[in-house]
Ligand binder design. Structure first.
Ligand SMILES: C[S@@+](CC[C@H](N)C(=O)[O-])C[C@H]1O[C@@H](n2cnc3c(N)ncnc32)[C@H](O)[C@@H]1O
Length: 219
């Protein structure tokens, strides 16, 4: 097995294991709520009612279920089967329908150009630098022309970028990206509406780390 393949498995296995071995309250990324930036985006009416929304790296489904309760047609994917099971349970608890599937974001189980909005809280910053082009291409592929990609990720430019509790060099290195890295990844296929630092990335065990809130339109 090549080094690159080993590293590839590493970040995915990290999440698969964390979801298997811990409760949602022990997973430091679980906020228990959608981020204010996404809530405001929905309240502002930026997405038409009933639009097709895809949550990538949905975790236990906090934001996917929020969007489903607001009347959107939600699909959600995550690499962890445990997380997808939790997402389905949360949707059932709220009495909303959504399509949650185990999938790698680099190979989305969606047809071309069917999605109005892709939303991402904390998935992009899990992706290795050499996989970012595939990541951006997959999002561009599934979005309709003019569709939106809402990205929230940790910034490398401010203190407070988190370290997973399980000391794993590779995972730690993947967290925190610069505005230049974001620009380099998405500016080829997307038009940037917003790329701003926000301080509302809630975390359980430390002060809010700063993160990026970005809006990209598929060109
Ligand atoms: C920081 S957590 C955020 C979870 C969720 N979006 C939330 O806000 O609660 C990152 C998520 O991305 C998922 N993930 C990481 N790499 C992935 C990949 N290659 N494909 C799909 N999901 C992935 C992890 O399993 C994890 O659920």
């Amino acid at each position: 097995m090549s080094t690159s393949t080993t590293a590839k498995l590493n970040v995915r296995e990290y999440y698969v294991n964390r979801y298997k071995e811990t409760k949602p309250a022990e997973q430091e990324w679980n906020a228990g709520t959608a981020m204010p930036e996404l809530i405001n985006f929905v309240i502002d009416g930026r997405i038409p009612y009933g639009a097709n929304v895809l949550d990538i790296g949905c975790g236990v489904g906090t934001e996917a279920v929020f969007l489903a309760t607001r009347g959107f047609n939600v699909s959600a994917i995550d690499i962890s089967a445990t997380a997808i099971e939790k997402t389905r349970q949360l949707a059932e608890f709220y009495g909303v329908a959504l399509d949650a599937q185990v999938s790698d974001v680099l190979d989305l189980p969606m047809e071309n150009a069917g999605v109005d909005l892709v939303t991402d809280r904390g998935c992009f910053h899990c992706i290795r630098a050499d996989e970012r082009a595939i990541f951006a291409a997959e999002i561009a592929r599934v979005l309709k022309p003019g569709g939106l990609y809402v990205l929230r990720c940790f910034s490398s430019q401010k203190p407070g970028v988190p370290k997973p509790t399980n000391e794993n060099d590779f995972v730690i290195k993947t967290f925190g990206v610069s505005s230049q890295e974001i620009w380099d990844t998405f500016s080829r296929d997307f038009i940037c509406e917003k790329l701003e630092l926000v301080a509302s990335f809630p975390a359980l065990d430390r002060p809010d780390p700063y993160g990026w809130f970005c809006l990209w339109h598929k060109a």
